[in-house]
Design a binder for this molecule. Structure first.
Ligand code: HEC
Length: 440
């Protein structure tokens, strides 16, 4: 839809007319907008000079919402131990970890958290590695991919990650583990949990953490994050009509409006293949070469398809497999509240309870629909951070993006992988299972 139509009207007056848009975008690059040009666009949008729209703050926000994808599905920081040993990472399993995968993931993450992309286009005289990797070969102009992303340091950080292992429950501080209860809990775990959450020895340096995906239709936890990853799209700029390989389905042509997953993939490839402009010429190429070679040779993660119960990608829906969340080994899980990808459940005990549905009796035990976050005080009983009785930031679970539904395996509501729904755990079984989870 055209921008003028999409932004609509305020008090019967269009926010932006076609003529105003033309003035605002006068002299601005068609495929690549530099930082400076972006500031100019903003200045012109609020300018009250004749011919410019003179937007108020509110109208500007409205334009923002039309142009940009809304950031409405915040996720909980995942723990970093076992990441370097995992076959797939990210809550929706979007990033594989073989070959240069970690480098791409780290560069992509920095782009996501405000790394600057100071891109301009130029007419290449010599073949360029980044233009080759992003398939810009046939373009008249290519992107220079200059950015603030420091590939050398990202590679160092990734090497550090490999040395991490999960923390053990400190019995001297948080209390002794009751071995009898834990042993009973282990049996429950084997039946109710282990098919998706493998038990892995934290001290094994050769460990491989295999992700186990569950489609959102089955697990029914909040869908927003997974859906955004597949449905959000944007202007592809200079990547328009370049060719990209998609893991399991073959090649796609990037269109003018393209899924963000495609744009981010090309952006990261270009950034990784671009030497650091702040370094001397020879050093910048040697460093880059070293890192690319190391990331290919140092990495033992095999190149495999994802495990689990999820919809496969198809020709017409090449990203269906991303409508799923990742289950993985629960080592050190005691230390990582709040739980689920969106941090919507404050403690392990609460995760074993059902989400209250409208026809459930008032008297039952349910997951809290509202709790406090921000405390660093640990709750060693329910296992999580203290989530009530202090003045923190309230977390409510009603909004899409923050819902605490699904993953009710302990509450007799979510079927296991084989389709069977196991009986809800009793209160004493829940406490046995918690005791075992402390030992992981
Ligand atoms: C059919 C697969 C499956 C079964 C069975 C299963 N889980 Fe999960 N689990 C998952 C998936 C997938 C996620 C990620 C869901 C999300 O974040 O939306 C998850 C998330 C979790 C988390 C949160 C992890 C985090 O970092 O916040 C915990 C804790 C957990 N599961 C414990 C359990 C326990 C305990 C059981 C048994 C009572 C169990 N799970 C049974 C698939 C499963």
């Amino acid at each position: 839809m055209k921008l003028a139509t999409a932004t609509g009207t305020v008090n019967g007056r269009p926010i932006l007319s076609d003529a105003e848009i033309k003035n605002v975008l006068d002299g601005i690059g068609e495929n690549i907008i530099t930082d400076k040009q972006f500031s100019k666009v903003l200045e012109r949008l609020i300018s009250t000079e004749p011919g410019y729209p003179g937007l108020t703050q509110r109208e500007l926000l409205r334009v923002r919402d039309v142009v940009f994808n809304e950031t409405n599905a915040p996720v909980s920081y995942p723990f970093l131990w076992d990441i370097a040993q995992s076959d797939y990472v990210q809550w929706n399993g979007i990033a594989h970890n073989y070959g240069p995968g970690p480098l791409g993931r780290n560069a992509g993450e920095v782009i996501g958290v405000f790394g600057t992309l100071d891109w301009t286009s130029y007419k290449p005289k010599l073949p360029s590695l980044s233009a080759f990797l992003t398939n810009e070969k046939n373009k008249n102009e290519v992107i220079n991919f200059k950015s603030s992303i420091d590939i050398t340091n990202l590679h160092r950080l990734e090497s550090h990650l490999k040395t991490l292992k999960s923390p053990e429950w400190p019995q001297e501080i948080l209390g002794e583990i009751d071995q009898e209860k834990a042993t009973r809990g282990q049996l429950i775990y084997a039946r109710y949990c282990q098919s998706c959450h493998e038990v892995v020895d934290r001290n094994n340096w050769d460990r491989l953490i295999v992700a186990d995906m569950s489609s959102i239709d089955l697990i029914k936890t909040d869908e927003a994050m997974a859906e955004n990853g597949v449905q959000y799209s944007g202007k592809s700029g200079n990547f328009k009509h370049t060719v990209q390989s998609v893991d399991s389905t073959g090649k796609v042509i990037i269109e003018e409006n393209a899924p963000v997953a495609q744009i981010l993939t090309s952006a990261t490839k270009g950034v990784i293949a671009t030497p650091d402009p702040d370094k001397m010429f020879i050093r910048r190429w040697l460093d880059l070469l070293y890192i690319l070679v190391m990331s290919l040779t140092e990495n033992d993660i095999p190149n495999t398809i994802k495990n689990g119960n999820y919809k496969p990608d198809t020709m017409s829906n090449p990203y269906d497999s991303l409508l799923a969340y990742k289950g993985r080994s629960l080592n050190g899980i005691w230390a990582t509240a709040p739980y689920l990808h969106n941090g919507s459940v404050p403690t392990l005990y609460d995760l074993l309870l059902p989400k209250k549905q409208p026809d459930d009796p008032e008297s039952g035990e349910y997951r809290p629909d509202r709790f406090m976050v921000g405390s660093r005080a640990f709750d060693p009983v329910k296992v999580g951070f203290r989530s009530e009785g202090y003045n923190g930031t309230p977390f409510t679970t009603s909004r899409r993006g923050d819902k605490n539904t699904g993953h009710e395996y302990g509450a007799g509501r979510t079927p296991q992988k084989n389709g069977e729904t196991l009986r809800a755990l009793t209160e004493s079984q829940r406490w046995d299972l918690i005791e075992y989870l402390k030992t992981l």
